[in-house]
Ligand binder design. Structure first.
Ligand code: HEM
Length: 415
């Protein structure tokens, strides 16, 4: 019999994440939520501290609301990052107040509802451009031919990155966010991963520096111009700017890509749900998009660190420096909150999923943008290819952080 805490050990087994299907993941998290919702996972030699795996919706919600007790500034990845990597990663996602609110206020200007409304046309035209180029053979890898391209082109356009850098950016963000997968970093030794991630980050920083210089000389209507033009005291330091840029190109494309692909896969496996949605796309879109986000949970977890001794969560008391990990993927299938959580239901309402994190200071800055992209993309996709469907099974990313689909073959009747 597996011991109470050992049941949670698979959470750090990347092969388990890549090789197990949804049913097995669900069974494991159901058992953890029921029997040991705050399991301790010991990290042995790699990081003796270990972490508490919080799997219930209520705990994830509460911890996210209490940044003074559960901080992000010590890192939001399970494993502490080597110093060299922390130079490049982090930005607002790994900050606490007062820095967090200062920087978030500055960067949020590029993501107000007003600036988003102005990019609706860009999302529509980019979607159509990508659909026009879908292979005429009526069969392709959906990830390469659609899901990767849309969010990447939108975030690049918003940041003001010219199209010629698309392949480079994709390679770099795949390396950074897919670091535990040998398809992206063949040398999976600790040094091999650190080298590859450092190089990818340096490539991105070089690109940003060149663009910033260019925008100082010739400002345009994009986020980089806005940030470099901000007044003294109301702007980012060059290092904050570089980290923000890396966060945005990664967060802006590696997440929405997976929501799109998981969505197409789920709709193919649940054709009655797809038909019900397509019968009146716009009426069902608001609930259908939220259900895809819940179902996909593109970000599997985030970490927090306990800020002082005696922090309490329910009947549990934590000590300073202990790590707690918020398993969004589990919270989003918690039957204390969701009726029939393992049923994919495009009419689910209410749907208080935590795919974008829980309400709190770090709630996803790109949530409105992601919803806009998903809404426009699914409508255009299924209007153009009503019989679009997945063929076979997806190839999953080897990761316990990004619920990534690397490849998904689809077929459709070309138009
Ligand atoms: C379906 C797509 C997306 C999902 C599932 C997602 C999910 C998340 C999650 C779980 C967090 C962490 C919340 C926390 O720690 O409490 C987060 C933070 C963040 N996301 Fe997203 N995200 C998505 C799309 C985007 C996009 C398109 C952008 C870029 C425009 C973006 C930018 C950010 C940023 C900047 C943060 C850090 C916010 C902060 O710490 O203040 N995300 N996202």
């Amino acid at each position: 019999m597996i011991g109470a805490d050992e049941a949670a050990d698979v959470l750090i087994d990347f092969d388990w994440w890549q090789q197990t299907g949804q049913a097995e993941r669900d069974a494991r998290f159901d058992a953890l939520r029921r029997e040991n919702p705050r399991a301790f996972v010991s990290l042995g030699g790699r990081d003796r501290k270990g972490f508490w795996a919080l799997t219930r919706h209520a705990d994830v919600l509460e911890v996210s609301r209490r940044p003074e007790d559960f901080a992000s500034g010590e890192g939001t990845q399970i494993f502490d990052q080597p110093r060299a990597l922390r130079e490049y990663r982090g930005s607002i996602i790994d900050m606490d107040n007062p820095e967090h609110s200062r920087v978030r206020k500055i960067v949020s200007r590029g993501f107000t509802n007003k600036s988003l409304e102005s990019i609706r046309g860009l999302v529509e035209s980019t979607t159509n451009e990508i659909l026009d180029a879908m292979p005429a053979a009526g069969e392709c890898d959906f990830v390469d031919n659609f899901a990767v391209l849309l969010p990447l082109r939108i975030i690049s356009a918003m940041l003001g990155i010219p199209r010629e850098h698309e392949a480079d950016i994709l390679m770099a963000t795949n390396t950074i966010l897919g670091a535990s997968d040998s398809e992206y970093i063949p040398d999976q030794s600790g040094a091999g991963i650190a080298d590859a991630v450092t190089q990818a980050s340096e490539r991105l920083i070089e690109l940003l520096q060149n663009l910033s210089e260019e925008r100082i000389a010739n400002p345009r209507d994009d986020v980089i111009s806005m940030l470099v033009a901000a007044k003294e005291g109301d702007n980012l330091t060059p290092q904050e700017m570089a980290k923000f840029f890396i966060l945005m190109v990664g967060a802006g494309n590696e997440t929405t890509r997976n929501a799109l692909t998981h969505g197409v896969y789920a709709l193919s496996r649940h054709p009655a749900q797809r038909d019900a949605w397509l019968a009146d796309y716009r009426a069902s879109a608001p609930t259908a998009i939220e259900e895809i986000l819940r179902w996909a949970s593109p970000v599997i977890h985030m970490r927090r660190t306990v800020t002082h001794d005696g922090v309490q969560l329910g009947d549990q008391v934590f000590s300073q420096g202990e790590k707690v990990v918020l398993w969004y993927t589990s919270a989003n299938r918690d039957d204390a909150v969701f009726e029939d959580p393992h049923v994919f239901d495009i009419t689910r309402n209410p749907n208080p999923h935590l795919a974008f994190g829980a309400p709190g200071p770090h709630f996803c800055l790109g949530a409105h943008l992601a919803r806009l992209e998903l809404n426009i993309a699914f409508e255009a996709l299924y209007s153009r290819f009503p019989d679009l469907e997945a063929v076979g099974e997806p190839t999953l990313l080897r990761s316990n952080f990004v619920n990534g689909i690397k490849h998904l073959n689809v077929r459709y009747t070309p138009r």
